[in-house]
Design a protein around this ligand. Structure first.
Ligand code: IVH
Length: 703
């Protein structure tokens, strides 16, 4: 029986306690249910029984991601579910970086060797396997039994589609075989074969029902049916490709995991091969690509993965993708069409981006009517003119591109295209800045209107609510455009006062563009959920130039709280301050980012916008997976050549152990790890009396 936290109010439960309480309540309620139905012995009075159920529901409402598969709320009589329940992944479901050509594959291998400090002669096994074009799923097994199936969702939280998965023949519900761990996740791809896809569409057409654009959409549409009996009629297939939670799998390689999966009854892809060099990878890639048309299902590339699991662990992740894997995409599909117009979009940092408006054309199963033209140098280089016949391509999820112009078809009077020198949205001058460091002109032309430019304000808001930032459900680009247009939301803080203003009749959300009672209530709920958010997301959401997710994380990790970050940014506006020096010293930050941050905070209106926002939102210190160690809280600098680990690996390891890695030596430095060839940093450390250790001594220290 789970620990009893029954004396803690629902709103005071933390995540772990809530999970435990749900388990305890489930078990208790089901015992009472059994007694009630089977032995005709209530053994508890109605009021006390109802109180248990109400507590269970209240916890589920606060922590929907922890709703149990066998929750008492799902029992007969309970309200039908609206959509799918959320399902939190125990290990995030990540995406993959892309390789398009041989040199990208060489770079991938070189990066791994560098990171692991492997020489050219050290063996490095890489597994190559087809990249299935379907949708990913995470299947959780407990004691050999399928207990939950979840879609990828945003990688952290997906949808619980267990009922639908239970209808699939290819996914075993009860495992038999050897070495089945008590608890583990199987990750893989759900897909539909070409043959089944065509038959399904034929049947759909006959029935006057929806016809699917491609097998992937058909697979996704078939799986995400609220009525699982529909899923049961759809011919879905599955390939297992990795383990999520797999602590006690007792294997050393990825290939062994696949073999185990196979032995337990999961389909694994038969084209999977272990390779030892880029040449071998390319050979497998070419073979798979040649056979692509006759495979009978869609694949969009070949995935390469480091075979050794210990190496995978050491390599870890950058942002959302593992360092130990990459997707080598097949060459893009191309099509010919006509460029009708070039539209200028203004981004959140004022960048003017030319977008090609095309006569719609199908490329690789998708209708394309826009393509990116990047910047004016690119337009000039390709000499793209309005009215031209152009070749467009689409590679994977990438925005369609114009490859080249078919010059033979150019109209005689076609004129070269020039980007406007004023912003099309606010009329301010649009300029190409000169980089003082290189004296070169920036490739991007930017609107200098800043706060007066409505396009920049709108795009900043769109970024603010985007998926990796505040991610407010029901508040996407379309709604932001509407709210901005109406004058309801001008700054991020306005989002958090919308509900109050709406109740006072200042905005009239209801009955506007699809907003009904229910969706408005849902929107308020979604906004309120974000009044507490991780500091890293908070920083990223501000949309400061050069501050992407990784930098935002570095900043959140370094400063810990919103208060100390903001104080440092304000002080750092003075480039002679120690706060600026500290900022620039954070490993991974450097001059460009530091200047961009101080430039942002120099602008009074930016500071005010952030302060206003902080009245409504409480950023939470980011909890990084850290292991307490002798170096926790210490400021460490690496210098000279490291011989046992790469610089990146050393840094990642130090941070995992709770140390802060700085780029240069200062009075705050605690330890300098000096390899051969150390120069000025070593000298400075000695002057300042900083502890200096060799790489071996460092490894001993963190062992
Ligand atoms: S491995 C951390 N292997 O591709 C590594 N992914 O772009 C996770 N996919 O969301 C993925 N076939 O849905 C892996 N053999 C394969 C795959 C595969 C298809 C999909 C998967 C993932 C996406 C990443």
């Amino acid at each position: 029986m789970a620990t009893d936290f029954s004396d803690i109010e629902v709103e005071d439960l933390d995540e772990a306690q809530a999970q435990s309480e749900l388990v305890r309540l489930q078990s208790l309620i089901s015992q009472y249910d059994k007694l009630y139905y089977q032995s005709d012995d209530p053994s508890i009075d109605d009021a006390a029984y109802d109180a248990l159920r109400r507590r269970n529901e209240a916890i589920e409402a606060r922590f929907p991601e922890f709703i149990l598969e066998n929750s008492p709320s799902f029992k007969v009589g309970a309200a039908p579910v609206e959509g799918f329940a959320k399902a939190k992944h125990s290990v995030p479901m990540l995406s993959l970086g892309n390789a398009f050509e041989r040199s990208d594959v060489d770079d991938f291998l070189a990066r791994i060797r560098r990171f692991l400090s492997l020489s050219e002669d050290d063996a490095l096994e890489i597994v190559a396997e087809p990249k299935i074009d379907g949708l990913s799923i995470s299947l959780s097994y407990q004691n050999g039994e399928l207990v939950r199936a979840a879609t990828r969702g945003d990688g952290r939280v997906g949808e619980n589609v267990t009922h639908n998965i239970l209808t699939m023949d290819e996914i075993p519900q009860k495992l038999t075989g050897k070495n089945i761990p008590e608890q583990f996740d199987v990750r893989g791809e759900i897909y539909m074969s070409h043959e089944d896809f065509m038959a399904l569409n034929k049947a759909q057409e006959k029935a006057g029902a929806k016809v699917f654009a491609n097998p992937r959409n058909a697979a996704a549409g078939s799986l995400r049916q609220l009525d699982a009996t529909i899923t049961a009629t759809r011919p879905l297939k599955f390939f297992a490709y990795s383990a999520g939670l797999a602590a006690d799998m007792k294997v050393g390689t990825h290939f062994e995991i696949l073999d185990l999966f196979k032995s337990w009854g999961f389909p694994t892809n038969p084209l999977t091969k272990i390779c030892l060099s880029a040449d071998e990878l390319m050979a497998v890639y070419e073979k798979i690509e040649t056979g692509r048309a006759t495979l009978g299902y869609d694949i969009d590339g070949v995935v390469y993965k480091v075979n050794d699991l210990a190496m995978q662990e050491r390599l870890g992740f950058v942002s959302r993708a593992p360092r130990w894997a990459i997707a080598h995409k097949f060459a893009a599909e191309k099509a010919t069409t006509i460029l009708e117009a070039i539209e200028i979009q203004v981004g959140r940092t004022g960048a003017l981006t030319p977008v090609a408006k095309l006569v719609p054309v199908t490329v690789g199963g998708v209708v394309v009517s826009n393509a990116s033209l990047h910047n004016e140098d690119e337009i000039e280089r390709k000499d793209v003119r309005i009215g031209d016949t152009v070749i467009v391509q689409r590679a994977g999820d990438v925005i369609p591109q114009i490859v080249e112009v078919v010059l033979e078809k150019r109209e005689k009077n076609a004129q070269p295209f020039r980007l406007p020198e004023t912003c099309p949205e606010c009329g301010s001058p649009a300029e190409r800045a000169i980089d003082p460091a290189t004296n070169r002109q920036d490739v991007v032309r930017r609107c200098t209107g800043g706060f007066i430019c409505p396009a920049q304000a709108r795009e900043r808001l769109k970024h603010f609510v985007s998926r990796n930032a505040f991610d407010i459900e029901g508040l996407g680009e379309k709604q932001i455009a509407l709210f901005y247009e109406e004058g309801w939301v001008k700054t991020p803080a306005d989002i958090f006062t919308l509900e109050v203003r709406d109740s006072e009749g200042l905005t009239k959300l209801k009955n506007r563009d699809g907003f009904g009672d229910k969706s408005v209530a849902k929107l308020w709920r979604a906004i309120n959920e974000r009044r507490s958010i991780g500091l890293d997301r908070f920083i990223y959401a501000l949309g400061i130039r050069h501050v992407g997710e990784t930098t935002a994380r570095d900043l959140a990790r370094h400063y810990g709280t919103a208060e100390s970050w903001l104080a440092a940014m304000q002080e750092g506006v003075d480039e002679a301050s120690s706060a600026y020096e500290e900022l620039q010293n954070i490993d991974g930050i450097g001059g460009v980012v530091a200047r961009s941050l101080t430039h942002y905070f120099k602008e009074e209106r930016n500071l005010t916008a952030v302060e206003e926002l902080l009245k409504h939102v409480t950023p939470q210190p980011v909890v990084f997976e850290q292991i307490a160690s002798k170096v926790s809280g210490q400021v460490v600098v690496f210098t000279g050549k490291l011989e046992l680990m790469s610089r990146n690996e050393a840094k990642a390891q130090a941070e995992r152990l709770g140390a802060k890695v700085a780029g240069s030596v200062s009075a705050k430095t605690n330890i300098l790890v000096a390899g051969p060839g150390a120069g000025s940093k070593l000298k400075k450390a000695e002057e300042l009396g900083v502890q200096v250790v060799s790489e071996e001594e460092w490894i001993e220290l963190v062992k």
